[in-house]
Design a protein around this ligand. Structure first.
Ligand SMILES: Cc1cc2nc3c(=O)[nH]c(=O)nc-3n(C[C@H](O)[C@H](O)[C@H](O)COP(=O)(O)O)c2cc1C
Length: 221
């Protein structure tokens, strides 16, 4: 495939991708296709390479039912989607917390460089981003990273004709309670966003509407 064909294929996938609210309940995604979609999430970039996330394929009916009741943005999806993915983000990912040490270990940094790198991240979080003293700001920062993976997974899905919908329409506090109590997430994690996957049962009535290019894109010379 040449570049023009690749561009066309990718843009067609973006046009195909719609926020699908209701799926064909009889059509299930093949495991290998699901794994490919999740891999697109795993390979996604994150700030400082922290990967402050987990992607959990929710297959437990009891937990699904509990979430259904408090997820106003996903009622029909819970009933019909082939798969449901929970994108969870780390809480309190502060420069001096274990997740940063884990990162340094993953990179195999020598100990003297670990301290230097952590000092840099301290500056980044304290001085530059001003998030280090707020649990909420720290969570918003890790949560933002999960949206990159979310976008990539939805695009990867669309490229192979799998439908999806991102979901923020739920009560965050209650979802966290349910997931923590059921042992789906750990105490140092919180729900960031959800994603349903499956095959649409009908095309959306509304066309894909977007602002005009010149409203959104500009070149400042
Ligand atoms: C972060 C995010 C959260 C969303 N949450 C929901 C949701 O809870 N329920 C829902 O039906 N759609 C949800 N949507 C879908 C949007 O409403 C939809 O993407 C938008 O209207 C554009 O339509 P399109 O995706 O079909 O082009 C969400 C979209 C994004 C990006």
């Amino acid at each position: 495939m040449n570049n023009e064909q690749v561009k066309q294929q990718v843009l067609s996938a973006f046009e195909f991708r719609r926020a699908i609210k209701s799926y064909d309940p009889d059509k299930k995604i093949e495991q290998s296709d699901l794994e490919y979609i999740l891999e697109a999430g795993r390979l996604s970039p994150s700030s400082v390479g922290l990967e402050p996330w987990r992607f959990i394929v929710l297959e437990n009916e009891e937990v699904k039912n509990a979430l259904h009741d408090i997820s106003w943005g996903a009622k029909k999806q819970f009933e019909t989607a082939s798969h449901f993915v929970l994108l969870v983000a780390r809480k309190n990912a502060k420069y001096d917390s274990p997740i940063f040490r884990e990162l340094a270990e993953r990179w195999g940094l020598p100990s003297e460089q670990v301290e230097k790198t952590l000092d840099l991240y301290k500056d980044f979080q304290v001085e530059h981003m001003d998030i280090a003293d707020s649990e909420k700001a720290l969570f918003d920062w890790t949560s933002k990273q999960t949206y990159i993976a979310l976008g990539n997974m939805m695009t990867a899905a669309a490229l192979i004709g799998v439908d999806s919908c991102p979901i923020e329409g739920f009560h965050y506090g209650k979802v966290n309670e349910i997931l923590t109590e059921a042992g789906v997430i750990h105490d140092d994690e919180g729900i960031s966003v959800m994603m349903s996957l499956g095959y649409r049962d009908h095309d959306p009535k509304r066309p894909q509407l977007r602002k005009d290019k010149d409203e959104v894109i500009s070149y400042f010379k």
